[in-house]
Design a protein around this ligand. Structure first.
Ligand SMILES: Cc1cc2nc3c(=O)[nH]c(=O)nc-3n(C[C@H](O)[C@H](O)[C@H](O)COP(=O)(O)O)c2cc1C
Length: 370
């Protein structure tokens, strides 16, 4: 099974850092569903970590059930990063990750995130400093992209150097920073990085593949086709925190039958748990807003659920959610105990929407050409 430095993980499935989403309540739900080998905090600003402002305290919030936990820092000032890293480890980080992939202007204009791909000497210096500062307590890891500019593949060279200074795991998102989230993740690019990591690390440093895993079958394909040691899932987990559980079933048994998947009632128990935990940590208004934002993402995996969505839209107090779920389950009758949308159905839905999108792109190109 996957090992990062001295940290042995139960599975090779990683819950990604997703700013604004993968907070403590969400991580606990995904862990409770099963299959999560390690989860990550959002990217943390070292200034915020050192000042311990309210927002950063929330982003760093964790507890004993939230293990193993990777805390992710972004920044390019070695001194500041090292101080923040010490703090993160004191607060419970099991691993310390350096963000080298964020393409957002606010981050890249400070020469952090994916801009670190453009300043390899300095990036290696930052990584080395973190390894020297906290490397005897936790493994230092890095998450990056294939390159900065379109079509570029600079990550293999960079990751070799990072491993040279003691970085113990690399996660590679198979896009360049310039692509942001456009196009699709390149398996060829991921494979090139995996090969570089395995070569430079003498087989002891794992490489995690990331990008466009939308179903457990995609995870299986990425592992098979790129040779990566584990996979990290971000967007697909947000409406289906049970994707790790189901992917683990597929990877360990070779199959994922309908009977293995969660029923509507069980899925709604996860959704309830999410908002109950959120309500325990945050004020009512925050929880209510999150519930309204997140219900459609969950809805994709709940089958026909308009009455529930309507009830949430009309809600003024998050405590009304339990009652709305009970009512919806009652009205659902036998369907409450069946799987509302299997992963096979979900894969078909995604293929249909990909085809529709491709057709739309072709049509708009034809219009431009005409
Ligand atoms: C809204 C959003 C926020 C993200 N925040 C972070 C972050 O804080 N740190 C990070 O390394 N990656 C972040 N990512 C990138 C994801 O971790 C992941 O690399 C990317 O979404 C590709 O994986 P996916 O196809 O499974 O979503 C973010 C992505 C999204 C969509």
């Amino acid at each position: 099974m996957l090992r990062i430095g001295d940290v042995q993980l139960d599975t090779n499935l990683l819950l990604a850092p997703v700013a604004g989403h993968c907070d403590l309540p969400f991580r606990l739900v995904a862990r409770a569903c099963g299959g999560v080998g390690i989860a990550f905090t959002d990217l943390l600003c070292p200034h915020g970590v050192l000042k311990q402002n309210e927002q950063t305290r929330w982003l760093m919030a964790t507890n004993d059930a939230d293990r193993p936990l990777g805390m992710q820092l972004y920044g390019q000032d070695p001194e500041l990063m090292a101080e923040a890293a010490k703090w993160a480890v004191d607060e419970g980080a099991t691993t310390l990750d350096i963000n080298m992939g964020c393409p957002v202007d606010k981050v890249t204009k400070t020469y952090a995130g994916s801009m670190m791909l453009c300043t390899p000497d300095h990036t290696v210096e930052v990584a080395e400093r973190l390894v020297k500062t906290v490397g005897d307590r936790v493994p230092v890891t890095a998450k990056t992209r294939l390159g900065f500019y379109d079509g570029e593949l600079t990550a293999p060279t960079l990751v070799r150097r990072l491993i040279g200074v003691g970085v113990q795991c690399i996660t590679i998102h198979g896009r360049t920073a310039a692509q942001r989230f456009k196009g699709s993740a390149s398996y060829d690019g991921i494979r090139a990085v995996v090969d570089a990591v395995h070569d430079a690390g003498g087989g002891r440093v794992p490489c995690i593949g990331n990008g466009d895993i939308r179903t457990p079958y995609d995870a299986q394909r990425m592992l098979d086709e790129t040779g990566c040691d584990g996979v990290m899932i971000a967007r697909a987990a947000l409406g289906a925190p049970w994707i790790f559980r189901d992917t683990h079933t597929l990877l360990t048994t070779g199959r994922l039958d309908e009977a293995d998947q969660l029923t509507l009632r069980q899925r709604l128990a996860c959704v309830r748990m999410h908002f109950r935990l959120l309500l325990e940590c945050r004020e009512d208004r925050y929880t209510m807003n999150r519930l309204k934002q997140k219900i459609s993402g969950y809805g994709v995996h709940l089958g026909p659920c308009k009455p529930l969505k309507r009830a949430v839209a009309a809600m003024t107090d998050p405590r009304q959610f339990d009652e709305a779920v009970d009512r919806f389950l009652d009205e659902s009758g036998d369907a409450a105990n069946r799987v509302p949308v299997t992963w096979v159905t979900r894969a078909e839905q995604l293929a249909d929407s990909d085809r529709a999108q491709q057709k739309q792109t072709q049509q708009s190109h034809a219009t431009v050409a005409a």
